[in-house]
Structure formats: structure tokens, C-alpha cells
Ligand binder design. Structure first.
Ligand code: HEC
Length: 143
């Protein structure tokens, strides 16, 4: 009797070759786990960023820019390290980082939502910054 075909495709990076992994794949369990670990949080994060939440959290992009690029007093989030972003959100939520705008926002996000939105913004490309003539160029600094 041949083994059943896996019921969904798993990214090659996982290099599934053990019997147990094959059985999990066949059962669709691994597919679900992979999807949950990658796509779901980023998708949830995107939704929070673009639409806010039903708990009254405003859409992040309304202040931080449509692509998280930031503007003036609103810092850039796009392409920023996920661990850093989450640490800031957790600090705002806990009150160890103080800001009258961000504290209530972070407090009204669940821990899962903070993780999801940090992941989402970390995955956006950092915007291209045109070279600023006021700043020394690499060659000027001897770098
Ligand atoms: C009403 C405007 C506004 C909205 C909406 C908003 N932010 Fe902010 N955010 C700010 C401001 C202003 C700061 C700068 C706070 C400071 O100077 O400490 C900030 C700072 C941050 C920081 C710290 C960045 C850094 O470089 O340290 C993070 C992370 C952040 N916001 C995430 C979010 C997320 C995620 C959302 C959506 C859930 C969001 N913000 C929604 C105004 C906003």
C-alpha cells in the first residue's frame, strides 16, 4: 500500500524527509501549522495596520504612512526589526515607554495583535532614502 499524497504543498525550505513529517503532511496538520506560523499573523497585522481593531485602535497607517514609511513626528515602521517593534509596543502597553498617543493604542492591542502587527511592518520594505546633500557621503567619512 502506498503512502497517501500530502494534501498540500509545503515550502521546500522545510525539507521534509522523516516518516513522521510525511505523516503530518499527509494529514494536513503540517500545512495548517506552517500556514499559522507564517501567513496568518502577517495577514492579521496587515489588517490592524490598515483598519485598526474593533477595540477602538486606529489604523497604524493613518499616522505612520500607508507603507509604514513614517512622516515627521511619526516614526517609520517599515523594514524595522520585528523584535525592536514588538519591544516598543510592549513597552508602550506596560507604560515603561511613555507617549500619550501610543500608550493607549498599544494597551488596546492584545499580545497576539502586537506580535502580528510588529511582524507585518518588519516585513515591509524600508523606503529608499535619497542621498541628502546635507549629509556627508560615504566617501567623505572615509568609510
Ligand atoms: C494617532 C497617530 C498614531 C497612530 C494611529 C499610531 N501611532 Fe505609532 N506612533 C505615533 C507617534 C507620535 C509615535 C512616536 C512616539 C514617541 O515619540 O515616543 C509612535 C511610535 C510608534 C512606535 C515606536 C517606533 C520607534 O521607532 O521607536 C511603534 C512601534 C509604533 N508607533 C507602532 C504603531 C502601531 C503598530 C500602530 C497601529 C496599531 C500605531 N503605531 C498607530 C503615532 C501613532
Amino acid at each position: 500500500m502506498s503512502a497517501p499524497e500530502p494534501s498540500c504543498r509545503i515550502p521546500n525550505v522545510l525539507n521534509i524527509n522523516s516518516y513522521v513529517m510525511r505523516r503530518l503532511a499527509a494529514a494536513g496538520l503540517l500545512c495548517a501549522a506552517v500556514a499559522t506560523a507564517t501567513a496568518q499573523p502577517a495577514k492579521q497585522g496587515q489588517q490592524i495596520a490598515a483598519q485598526g481593531t474593533s477595540q477602538g485602535v486606529a489604523a497604524c497607517i493613518s499616522c505612520h504612512g500607508a507603507k509604514g514609511e513614517g512622516l515627521g513626528a511619526f516614526p517609520r515602521l517599515a523594514g524595522t526589526d520585528q523584535v525592536y517593534l514588538l519591544a516598543q509596543l510592549d513597552a508602550f502597553a506596560a507604560g515603561s515607554r511613555k507617549n500619550p498617543i501610543m500608550q493607549p493604542i498599544a494597551q488596546n492591542l492584545s499580545s497576539i495583535e502586537r506580535q502580528a502587527v510588529a511582524l507585518y511592518f518588519s516585513q515591509l520594505p524600508a523606503p529608499f532614502v535619497a542621498s541628502d546633500p546635507a549629509q556627508p557621503s560615504r566617501s567623505d567619512t572615509g568609510a
